[in-house]
Design a binder for this molecule. Sequence first.
Ligand code: NAD
Length: 355
Amino acid sequence: MKVQPVHRGMFSHPDFAGHETVSFVSDEASGLKAIIAVHDTTLGPALGGCRRWAYDGETAALKDVLRLSRGMTLKNAVAGLDLGGGKAVILSDGKEATPAMWHAFGRTVNRLGGDYITAEDVGTGQAAVDAIAEASEHVRGTSAKGLGDPSPYTAWGVFSGLKAAVKHALGTDSLDGLTIAVQGTGNVGADVARLAREDGARLILADIREAAVTALAQELDASVVAVDQIHAAKADVFAPCALGGALNAKTIPQLTARVVAGAANNQLDMPEDAARLAERGILYAPDFVINAGGVISIALAEAFPAQEAMRARVGELGTVLSDIFKAADAGEGTTDSIAVRMARARIAASRENRC
Ligand code: NAD
């Protein structure tokens, strides 16, 4: 096994963003190829999931892990967790991952000496996390010690944040009569859709998995549109719950929704997309704030072992978002820039206290 903490050209990478370490990992015996990025450990060890994905090349994988890792620093800070930010990606070759690969990944995590704590993400489920835990103690969300799948808590946080955004932008406490367009009906998106339906919303859904989205549409009496049309569907709220980059120079002018609130990480393609949304009068719930429910459930499983108590803790994200929306109304910046400032202020205060 090789761990190479330095990469040529890394410091000038546009998404480098001051990462503490970036490790390129390979294990020929198991076929593991991974990148582990530790962005900032000021508030504590860097907690962030491990994503396994068939990337369109190594450059795409590197960009993804750097952006996700920085996002975890911001997310953990705004969520009030004493944890830093990091992330891992495993470059999938399309074959089934083996226990040997998860064990090799666990051994690599060990080499970082506890600076990085891993968990599940897209492409790594409970079985993978449990297999990693056979080789490493630096894992959260195992079936032995955790609350299980974090997705329902992520969905609960997104639902709480979506309601806070609707109240702020549209002045209503209920989703009754509103239309929500959900892009991506996987673990989180499907649960967000179910919660919104229970609250009276009409739903428009889209997913590349046609059979799954059709079944969910039947369950929720929803309509289905093509994946390249969902952002433009006539709706009050657009909920990006697939992968990143849903909000960009092409899609933002086509949005009809007045609120964007969804689970996906890295929803903004470029930082200036936050201003594009604000200019159009669209209220954007920053992704790294609204989707923190899952990491909260992983990080605080021992402090809030009961589902209801954890839901209450996660639901506080709605209050955090309301404060961000008010600050944006007061002219303090875009919702995204305000949330970034909040995170950075907490990290800076912690750094000062240490000195
Ligand atoms: P998932 O893989 O279960 O669901 C993603 C869904 O998006 C899948 O059904 C997939 O088919 C669909 N999809 C992919 N590309 C699409 C496209 N172009 N258009 C429409 N649908 C498309 O993943 P998930 O766990 O539900 O996570 C969804 C998003 O939320 C991801 O961005 C993830 O990083 C983020 N997130 C998840 C959690 C969590 O707890 N699971 C926590 C924080 C953030």
